[in-house]
Design a binder for this molecule. Structure first.
Ligand code: PEP
Length: 252
């Protein structure tokens, strides 16, 4: 079901003590807000998931992983399977973050395997897509995003696709301090919703949450989230500071 979502991607930051402290601060600040209907998701490193799952147990915050293996079990040293995440009652998994695509050579084919495993386990994927700067500069950004989506989430059945959260993250805006303008975000989000409509119909398209990610912060979130097709954000750097993160959550 389409809802407003703000998900924090901590990446490889915070020790366990720092993570617990950050979650406690976020919980406290959120408890001071009334009428918040936004779904808040925190995606810490694997090592923190169990502890932070307990930490958020008496709140509306959900916990997600930043990645999972494309295999279900076996001799894959260093990997973490979807069933392991399921066994500690994790709700969400980020799939296809541009850093995974760029530094760990994750291809569309591999991401589709992950998506199927995640959805078959009843977890919910936050699927990332987005173009690099040279693709934006040469005007092929719509085509790039369309290809990423067609090669992955569009290969799912409608029943499975229905559960996917899409995060449009222009790579040139991630961690750079350079945000997409409100217009650039809206036009890409509308484009994504249009191609979903072509593929699965308007009713399903209207039910999909499409998040924006890329230097979204406490100052620009309100303008970005005011767009009709922007349903929230996937937040990197600004999710590491409780006041900034909660300000973003309150930006609808
Ligand atoms: C991200 O890593 O998903 C992200 C959007 O990072 P940042 O907010 O730091 O640009």
């Amino acid at each position: 079901m389409r809802k407003n979502i703000v998900a924090g991607n901590w990446k490889m930051n915070k020790t366990i003590d720092e993570g617990v402290q950050l979650v406690q601060e976020i919980k406290k600040l959120l408890s001071e807000k009334s009428n918040l209907s936004t779904q808040v998701i925190i995606n810490p490193p694997f090592t923190h998931l169990s502890t932070l799952k307990k930490e958020i147990s008496n709140s509306a915050i959900k916990i997600g992983a930043q990645n999972c293996s494309y295999e279900s079990s076996g001799a894959y040293t260093g990997e973490v399977s979807v069933s392991m995440l399921k066994s500690i009652e994790i709700d969400y998994v980020i799939i296809g973050h541009s850093e995974r695509r760029a530094y760990f050579n994750e291809t569309d084919e591999l991401l589709l395997k992950k998506l199927n495993l995640v959805l078959e386990s009843g977890l919910l994927p936050i699927f990332c897509c987005g173009e690099v700067l040279s693709q934006r500069d040469s005007g092929i950004h719509f085509e790039v995003v369309r290809q990423q989506i067609e090669n992955t989430v569009f290969k799912l059945s409608a029943d499975k696709f229905n559960k996917v959260i899409i995060a449009y993250e222009p790579v040139w805006a991630i961690g750079t301090g350079r945000t997409a303008t409100s217009q650039q975000a809206q036009e890409m989000h509308k484009y994504i919703r249009n191609i979903i409509t072509e593929k699965f119909g308007a009713s399903l398209a209207s039910e999909i949450s499409i998040l924006y990610g890329g230097s979204c912060n406490a100052q620009n979130a309100k303008e970005l989230f005011a767009n009709p097709d922007v349903d929230g954000g996937l937040i990197g750097g600004a999710s590491l500071k409780a006041t900034d993160f909660v300000q973003i959550v309150s930006s609808f």
